[in-house]
Write a protein that binds this ligand. Structure first.
Ligand SMILES: CC(C)(COP(=O)(O)OP(=O)(O)OC[C@H]1O[C@@H](n2cnc3c(N)ncnc32)[C@H](O)[C@@H]1OP(=O)(O)O)[C@@H](O)C(=O)NCCC(=O)NCCS
Length: 242
């Protein structure tokens, strides 16, 4: 298996436009395989990010496409999201996602030094990577309230859950890096390592708790209607925010 240093991780540009389709296809296929939601992206949107220098792309030594991630700005640049992280299934578990996230984080800090950087994820791997970079879990109220950002969730299968929770919670965990007020990466990393198994359990409980009313409604009427169900130390709050 290839390891992290055997990949080329680059800021994408015009020369990479032809990879947009395979990137979109892999994003959709991976979301389907995981059975989780995702904000859908078009190849045109991916290409625009490449043209703007707001994306990172990775290749293996033979020039085969291996991974991707891009930057979005919200609330007039107050917030930046590193979104759409994808690693080709052939190249997973070798540290590539970590390398891509590091690169896109550096690019974000360089291009938007004042912006808060955030991400939403359902996966433990991404929570780990974010923790290594200095992100901490936060409530949705600490994220951008830009309507355009949340509109991106409309194409996710869990959108009804998000709306039933008045945009305060959903299956994704929110994580944020605030350049003006943040923990050191060593601290957030250590915190994640200490709490990893708790996080894992909380993710499962959260999934069960948020999805349960929908399964029940589905059985009864087929129309989901919702209902039901300080800082770094009070992490239960970030998961449940009920
Ligand atoms: C999630 C994904 C990007 C991870 O890519 P990857 O290249 O395999 O990840 P890495 O090898 O860099 O792993 C990073 C860390 O997460 C851990 N990890 C990887 N997959 C994991 C998993 N399924 N569960 C828990 N931890 C995992 C690794 O052990 C590693 O930790 P370490 O630094 O202690 O070794 C990849 O599986 C993927 O593209 N999945 C589909 C799309 C997706 O889920 N995107 C994220 C949307 S927010």
């Amino acid at each position: 298996m290839e390891t992290q240093h055997q990949f080329q991780v680059l800021v994408a540009n015009e020369s990479h436009l032809s990879f947009a389709q395979i990137i979109c296809d892999e994003m959709a296929a991976s979301a389907k395989a995981r059975g989780t939601g995702i904000a859908k992206r078009s190849p045109e949107y991916i290409q625009q990010k490449m043209r703007e220098g707001k994306a990172v792309i990775a290749f293996n030594q033979d020039g085969i496409w291996a991974g991707f991630c891009y930057i979005e700005t919200w609330s007039h640049g107050e917030y930046v999201a590193n979104s759409g992280l994808i690693v080709s299934p052939n190249f997973r578990k070798g540290g590539l996602a970590k390398a891509i996230k590091k690169k896109i984080f550096e690019l974000s800090r360089q291009t938007f030094p004042e912006s808060k950087i955030f991400g939403l994820t359902t996966g433990l791997a991404v929570m780990k990577i974010n923790s290594d970079l200095g992100y901490e879990p936060v409530t949705y109220s600490e994220l951008t309230q830009d309507e355009a950002f949340w509109a991106g969730c409309k194409s996710c299968v869990n959108y009804d859950i998000l709306m039933s929770k008045e945009r305060k919670n959903c299956l994704c965990t929110a994580m944020l890096y605030d350049p003006k007020d943040h923990y050191e990466p060593e601290e957030t990393k250590e915190f994640f390592e200490e709490k990893k198994s708790v996080f894992e359990r909380l993710l499962r409980i959260k999934q069960w708790k948020l999805l349960k009313p929908f399964f029940k409604e589905d059985k009864d009427s087929n129309t989901p209607s919702g209902g039901g169900a300080g800082k770094i130390k009070s992490f239960f709050h970030y998961f449940f925010n009920l």
